[in-house]
Design a protein around this ligand. Structure first.
Ligand SMILES: [Zn+2]
Length: 297
């Protein structure tokens, strides 16, 4: 069985009110990391899951309408922190990266696409069409800044191909086998943004044991849940955001359905390591293996 090496990384952070990101949170500004991940597949090589922020985002935020995005979501980016700089520190040239799996098209996830001229962009076929024609304020209102996409974005896009999900992915009925070898499945979690994608990746040897893997308890699996929740805890407990924050969602009902689906899947795979984009990755095994009270919001 093929395992994928996965390295969670962070490129910048955004500021937001804790009370908006989680019910019961304090009305206090907090910094949230803009996470992405580097995947290393033994045959397909390196791939990114999203990119975090880049200098391009900071430039876009100095101009209309990006300046509005910056007002709502102030961004900090330290020197050396972009995806390209971090890959360079690992000895990789920008042109070496052949694949970016794009969870959705918000600026903090596609901020560095222009930095990888040789990459193809793998995404849900429903992620781009609803945003494609948005410009100016209507785009910025959706956290979509078209200028972050390379000029040849459309020709470099490759749609994930969804087919009936293999056993162990319930309640997801379809999934895309990203590397065509059962090591990495993309599942559809739309709502926060159109066509949002989460990845379920076989990262640990335990995924190859009878107890592990898709049909086991989640041992050896990593869930990259993108923006399905602001925190790992919120996802494990199916906690919604503050009602005010729902205005930012593409589709409120879809968002709740997708979050619930991930929550349900996690309950049957409790030993999965969970990574959401704006929280620290789980280390070790989660305490949340114990049954949690359900919050239905
Ligand atoms: Zn987002």
């Amino acid at each position: 069985m093929t395992l994928v090496e996965l390295h969670p990384m962070v490129a910048g952070e955004c500021l937001n009110l804790a009370a908006l990101t989680e019910r019961g949170g304090r009305w206090k500004v907090r910094a949230y990391p803009a996470g992405f991940a580097l995947l290393r597949h033994p045959q397909a090589g390196y791939a990114l899951f999203d990119t975090g922020y880049s200098q391009g985002v900071l430039s876009a935020m100095r101009r209309w309408p990006g300046v509005l995005y910056g007002l709502v979501t102030p961004v900090r980016l330290q020197p050396g922190q972009t995806a390209r700089e971090q890959l360079a520190a690992l000895g990789m040239a920008a042109g070496d990266l052949k694949t970016v799996i794009v969870s959705h098209l918000h600026a903090d996830h596609v901020g560095a696409l222009r930095d990888f001229p040789a990459a193809r962009f793998v995404l849900d076929p429903e992620a781009y069409p609803p945003l494609r024609h948005l410009r100016g304020l209507r785009a910025a209102r959706r956290a979509y800044l078209p200028e972050l996409l390379p000029d040849d974005f459309e020709t470099r896009c490759e749609a994930l191909r969804f087919s009936p999900a293999p056993a162990g992915l319930h309640p997801f009925t379809e999934a895309a086998d990203v590397f065509s070898d059962g090591s990495t499945y993309a599942v559809r979690v739309p709502g926060h943004a159109p066509g949002m994608t989460a990845l379920i990746v076989k990262t640990g040897a335990a995924a190859d044991t009878p107890a592990g893997g898709l049909t086991g308890d989640g041992s050896g699996l990593t869930l990259l849940a993108s923006d399905a929740a602001w925190s790992v805890r919120a996802l494990r407990q199916n906690m919604g955001v503050h009602p005010l924050a729902r205005f930012a969602f593409w589709d409120v009902r879809q968002e709740a359905r997708s979050r619930k689906a991930l929550h349900t899947w996690l309950q049957s795979h409790p030993l999965t390591r969970v990574i959401v984009s704006h929280d620290l990755p789980e280390t070790g095994l989660p305490e949340a293996r114990l049954p949690e009270p359900e919050h239905d919001s």
